[in-house]
Design a protein around this ligand. Structure first.
Ligand code: UD1
Length: 301
């Protein structure tokens, strides 16, 4: 929207080419393949790194394969960016999964990091390598710890999709909703539109820091900052199910399935730091976001 050229590197493992607006260059390739990444970063002014296998469940089944995408992929990118010989800011996706089961809610950035999944462990390692990228290789980075991201175009096909897409799709088809456990577990749901705003704000501060570094006397950006990207609002899974059914105008048909092994009970983040530093404002209300997912799915087939 700012008249800049955009190049995308994507393996299209979950995304679709049709989701890209016209005029965007697509390199179909793997984030852990140095040649693909080199081609993707050649000549760019900035980079958003979102490539990952975001499913905690897939990390259980394919520990090493997800590690390759999630950590080796990130290091491959940092390594190629540092070869650019000029400061190219990298804004990368971290995750609330770095915290593990946190007792103090809402979770602040300073909370203890004790990931309980391979995915969370790899994301935490990405943050540690971001410090190296910044400190040793002078690659400016900003990490964004996404909480539960949802919105239109998230593929609702289980088992690796998010709960919002799965529930909306079930309700649309008139099928029953499966809740793992009692449904009292809570999550902090944020729309993809709000995440895009956060990504651009982070790019803005990183770019500002690069400019500041070039002019002596101006304050220097701290090394490799990270921010929670969340709403600060906890919603239980059962409440989510009822809200979606109400919005769709159907009775909620709920079944209880066994709880997911090793699942985090409560996850809600503090958005205060991101609001202060990135200037983020009030996020979209859950009902509005859910309505947009239902609209996108359309009427039952
Ligand atoms: C999500 C992210 C993960 C990230 C984490 C950060 C997705 C797919 N995963 O994991 O990448 O690391 O947040 O905190 O976005 N549930 C049901 N029934 C269903 C599906 C899910 O009851 O059919 C429940 C789950 O048990 C869980 C909640 O809904 O309690 C959310 O599940 P899910 O959307 O898979 O996300 P997280 O596991 O929180």
């Amino acid at each position: 929207g700012e008249g800049r050229a955009v190049r995308v590197l994507d393996a299209l493992s979950t995304g679709l080419r049709a989701n890209l607006p016209p005029g965007v260059e697509l390199i179909e390739g793997d984030i852990a393949d140095p040649a693909a990444v080199e081609a993707a970063v050649a000549g760019v002014d900035g980079c958003f790194h979102l490539a990952a296998i975001a499913s905690v469940a897939r990390g259980v089944e394919d520990w090493l394969g997800t590690h390759r995408a999630n950590l080796t992929g990130t290091i491959t990118l940092f390594d190629e960016v540092r070869r650019q010989q000029r400061p190219v800011p990298v804004i990368y996706a971290s995750s609330a999964a770095v915290y593990g089961d946190c007792a103090d809610l809402p979770i602040t950035e300073a909370a203890t990091k004790r990931p309980l999944s391979a995915y969370g462990a790899d994301k935490y390692a990405c943050e540690l390598h971001a410090v190296v990228a910044s400190h040793v290789h002078h690659v400016p980075t900003v990490g964004l710890r996404f909480f539960n991201v949802y919105g239109p175009r998230q593929d609702p096909r289980p088992p690796y999709s998010g709960v919002v897409s799965i529930f909306c799709e079930r309700v649309r088809r008139g099928a029953a909703i499966d809740i793992f456990g009692d449904g009292g577990q809570t999550r902090d749901f944020i729309t993809v539109a709000d995440v895009v705003v956060a990504l651009r704000a982070a790019q803005g501060i990183a770019q500002g820091a690069v400019t500041a570094r070039l002019s002596p006397g101006t304050p220097v950006f701290p090394d490799a900052p990270v921010f929670n990207i969340c709403t600060g609002i906890a919603t239980s899974v059962i409440e989510l199910a009822h809200t979606i059914a109400t919005l769709a105008g159907v009775p909620a048909e709920i079944r209880h399935a066994p709880p997911r092994a090793g699942e985090i009970r409560h996850s809600v983040g503090s958005p205060d730091l991101a609001r202060q530093v990135l200037g983020l404002t009030r996020p979209e209300a859950l009902r509005d976001g859910l309505r947009r997912v239902l609209d996108w799915l359309g009427p039952p087939d």
